[in-house]
Design a protein around this ligand. Structure first.
Ligand code: CIZ
Length: 434
């Protein structure tokens, strides 16, 4: 099976049938960054508005931009060999195969940050993922370890949808409405919960305000933790993960208002906020927003008996129409656990789906979305950038270091530690009861 990159190029040149969401996908990332559009780049979030001041990637030396695939391969392998245990390369599940092949670990954002910790001799942690992941790795890393993001333009459009200023403004409005005193059971008026896919500043905000971080694997446990300590939750940035998780825990949809930071009280009235159990920030993932109920229905018609597995960042109607919803780790494990050959339609990023299809040839595994449309920001990483930063390390130069100041890293670590300590255990009645 060919990689997503190869498929894109074949479709672009007409050598293979199919459709891609942008012809620019066939371009190299430095062309996109410097010559075409100062946005997220082609792919699933290309229509999203990138905040002004988002990191840009400067021009990398020509020798890397023009090197052939074979030359880059030889240089990356030689640099890794020279650096040995002094470097660890991390590749996210959503990263292209052409980069993942050099990764020492492949996983989700939190698994990767933790895996880096299993390499105590690593002086440098090279992230082939997106910005918030490198920040998390830096928060958890030792002070003498440097974390490198291979392309600084690899941000996350969903993480960018909640910034510290808008969340602080929201918090002040909620404090004015609810007050700051706990109720008779000692529960705070609101507990902030941030998804791992958020800036370090928001993790720090949660650490400072009695809140916590969650991943898509532990969102239920984290919401239970929050309901033990608070009357309601402010959940950011992904509305869909918040809604899908709270709904599955039994919270009625009327108690899940959405907060639009561009409107007073987030576009809600006092009563809706008084009744709220989870206030959902209006963010979304443009990869997962592409999946639709029509696609699920088509998969069921085309492949009777198909198992539809989707990520909880998908819209609620898609999650409801699927057979199961869960994190990347959940989806991978669900397929690994299938003993009989089966058909799986998957609603998550195409690189991961493609890799699962190659890894489990006994099954038919395909993306629910017929259009090839990778995560635009992951797609900014290319082997040229990896060769550039690794050869920098060989010369003793740390390129594209991501550093989180202690003023943010210390409270952010508290919010992450609360997540690690959270244990499942509340009943549905405890969650939704007043
Ligand atoms: O946390 C991650 O790495 C992402 C993007 C999702 C997931 O489910 O693992």
């Amino acid at each position: 099976m060919s990689s997503v990159d190869t498929t894109i190029r074949l479709i672009r040149t007409g050598a293979q049938d199919g459709s891609i969401c942008s012809p620019d996908l066939a371009e190299d990332p430095w062309v996109i960054d410097l010559e075409r559009m100062p946005g997220y780049g082609p792919g699933s979030s290309m229509g999203d508005i990138i905040p002004t001041g988002s990191p840009r990637q400067g021009q990398i030396p020509e020798e890397y931009r023009t090197a052939s695939k074979d030359e880059l391969d030889a240089r990356i392998r030689a640099a890794k060999e020279t650096l040995g245990e002094r470097v660890v390369v991390l590749g996210h599940f959503y990263q292209r195969d052409e980069v993942v092949e050099y990764a020492d670990f492949v996983g989700d954002s939190f698994q990767l940050a933790n895996q880096a910790m299993t390499r105590p001799k690593a002086e440098a942690i090279v992230f082939c993922g997106v910005h918030f992941m490198a920040e998390t790795a830096d928060i958890l890393a030792r002070p003498d370890q440097s974390v490198i993001l291979t392309n600084l333009a690899a941000g996350c459009s969903m993480a960018d949808m909640a910034d510290i200023d808008s969340v602080t403004e929201c918090w002040e409005q909620l404090e004015a409405l609810y007050g700051t005193e706990p109720d008779a059971d000692g529960r705070a008026p609101v507990i902030p919960v941030t998804y791992m896919n958020s800036s370090a500043a928001l993790k720090g905000f949660c650490g400072e305000h009695g809140g916590i971080v969650c991943t898509s694997s532990n969102a239920t446990t984290v919401l239970e933790w929050a309901f033990q300590r608070g009357q309601r939750v402010l959940f950011f940035p992904d509305q869909h993960l918040g809604r899908n998780t709270a709904k599955a825990m039994g919270v009625p949809l009327e108690q899940l208002p959405m907060w639009n930071p561009r409107q007073p009280l987030g576009g809600n009235d006092d009563q809706a906020l008084a009744d709220a159990k989870v206030i959902l920030w209006h963010g979304f993932c443009s990869v997962h927003r592409r999946f639709t109920v029509d696609q699920v229905e088509k998969a069921r018609v085309d492949f009777p008996g198909v198992t539809v597995l989707v990520h909880p960042e998908c819209p609620m109607a898609v999650v409801d129409a699927a057979d199961a919803a869960g994190s990347t780790d959940f989806i991978g494990k669900a397929i690994a656990a299938a003993t009989e050959p089966g058909v799986f339609a998957i609603g998550t990023e195409i690189n991961m789906v493609n890799r699962l299809a190659a890894e489990y040839p006994q099954h038919t595994i395909f993306s629910l979305d017929p259009v090839v449309c990778p995560c635009s920001t992951m797609y900014r990483i290319h082997p040229s950038y990896l060769a550039w930063v690794l050869e920098g390390l060989v010369r003793g130069e740390v390129i594209n270091q991501i550093t989180v100041d202690d003023a943010v890293a210390v409270p952010a670590r508290i919010a992450l530690e609360r997540m690690l300590a959270a244990k499942p255990g509340l009943t549905a009645a405890q969650v939704i009861g007043d």
